[in-house]
Design a protein around this ligand. Structure first.
Ligand code: HGY
Ligand code: MN
Ligand code: MN
Length: 431
């Protein structure tokens, strides 16, 4: 451990980190698919992890509730019951065949911060700070089941869109139906919304999901901003024909059009510094080995540091698709299923996160790294109602959205200290 530790004994931090790692393993076992980690919105697995999270929230002295959008919340009151709340947290849902730390480690680290900062009172615990502490375990950051990301945090931000009710999952279950089956009332989703005047801000610890900290040999970073993201479902229409009897000059092969489109996305985005485009899904229809695909569907996930750059690249991609599909006698259309503007992390919250990281470094060490997040986070939604700050933890090799996603216990211990110190620095700020 570095020489300069402030108010938290190293053994408490190490114990907290071990607890976080063990609970990441425990939550990884709550999955829809044995041998993989898969936990999607409004599923039985979602309900089970909410119960586990609520138990751990109560264990540190918080009162708990599940909100009207299925987010699990814990709250530790301040001495002044009318005090505003500092929100800490991340998400407990996952992508398909996920790693065990994306989102999860942030929720568990937030609980360890509460455990470090709470003070006993009348047989319970209280936040000794000028604000209440809340831990939010968001229910759907990834958008895995319905394609639209940030559903849980959008409800908290009061930006739920009633058009989303008709979104369907792979089985054709609508979001509305899934709400009802989970025991939630679609008509009351608005009750999850929080008022800006009751909040101090939102702080999230998260693995970097990229290689920069690994390459720098650093444990922690301040996040400057969260990438803007647009997601599309695209459809290409050609003509299904016999795979043997149809000569090439008569074909309108939708899969080849979509394949050229995917390569065009890579070519165009590679020429742009801060734009990243990914085709993660691609499907041919009717999908028989002896039929030329008459239809193809594919996804596009497009991100950028700034909204304008991202939108300009989308226009360039659309022009390329017009040329490709025109040349191949195909038609194409795109449906936008997600659009989140870039969120700048508040300067004050960047400062307190920086102070928190400095508390873990030896005296005289260089200033902590500052990184722009290419991954999306719940702060993109929460940023519309309160200030957002993020702390990144190194994840070796940067691999994420993959079972090999990793984080080290020593880095988690440093992250818990930095996170707790950040909260203390914020509490010391003038109201
Ligand atoms: O897709 C993302 O960037 C995030 O991990 N949901
Ligand atoms: Mn993710
Ligand atoms: Mn995440």
């Amino acid at each position: 451990m570095p020489a300069r530790l402030t108010s938290f004994p190293p053994d408490r931090l190490a114990t907290a980190a071990r607890r976080v790692m063990a609970r990441c393993d425990e939550l990884a076992r709550v999955t829809a698919t044995t041998g993989k980690i898969e936990r999607v919105y409004l599923s039985p697995e979602h309900a089970r992890v909410n119960r586990l999270a609520a138990e751990w929230m109560r264990e540190v002295g918080m009162t708990t509730r599940q909100d009207a959008a299925g987010n699990q919340l814990g709250r530790l009151e301040a001495a002044d019951a009318a005090a505003r709340a500092l929100l800490l947290g991340s998400h407990l849902d996952t992508v398909l065949d996920a790693g065990r730390f994306d989102g999860i480690v942030g929720v568990l680290m937030a609980l360890e911060v509460v455990r470090l900062l709470r003070e006993p009172v009348d047989g319970g615990f209280v936040s000794p700070l000028p604000f209440a502490l809340e831990v939010l375990a968001f229910s759907d950051e990834e958008g895995t089941r319905f394609g639209k990301a940030l559903l849980g945090s959008s409800a908290v931000a009061g930006s739920w869109n009633d058009e989303w009710w008709s979104l369907e999952d792979a089985d054709g279950t609508s979001l509305r139906q899934a709400f009802l089956e989970f025991g939630l009332d679609p008509a009351r989703v608005g009750e999850a919304a929080r008022r800006p005047d009751e909040l101090v801000g939102y702080l999230e610890a998260h693995i970097e999901q990229g290689p920069e900290l690994h390459r720098r040999g650093e444990s922690l970073a301040v996040v400057s901003s969260i990438a803007s993201a647009r997601r599309f479902q695209l459809q290409v229409e050609g003509e299904a024909r016999h795979a043997g009897g149809t000569p090439y000059d008569m074909r309108r092969d939708a899969l080849l059009g979509a394949s050229e489109a995917a390569l065009a996305v890579e070519r165009i985005c590679r020429s742009e510094h801060h734009i990243i485009g990914t085709v993660g899904q691609l499907e041919a229809f009717p999908g028989a080995v002896n039929i030329v695909p008459g239809e193809a569907r594919f996804s596009l996930d497009l991100r950028g540091e700034f909204d304008g750059e991202r939108d300009r690249v989308w226009d360039a991609i659309a022009r390329d698709l017009d040329e490709i599909m025109g040349r191949r006698g195909l038609r194409w259309r795109a449906r936008e299923v997600h659009n989140a503007a870039a969120v700048m992390c508040a300067p004050l919250l960047q400062d307190v996160i920086r102070e928190g990281i400095v508390s873990t470094l030896p005296r005289g060490a260089d200033a902590p790294p500052v990184i722009f997040s290419r991954a999306g986070h719940d702060g993109m939604a929460i940023g519309s109602i309160t200030d957002v700050g993020m702390l990144f933890l190194r994840n070796p090799d940067g691999i994420s959205h993959h079972p090999d996603e990793a984080v080290s216990a020593p880095d988690v211990a440093l992250g818990i200290q930095a996170f707790a110190e950040s909260v203390l620095h914020l509490a010391a700020e003038p109201a």
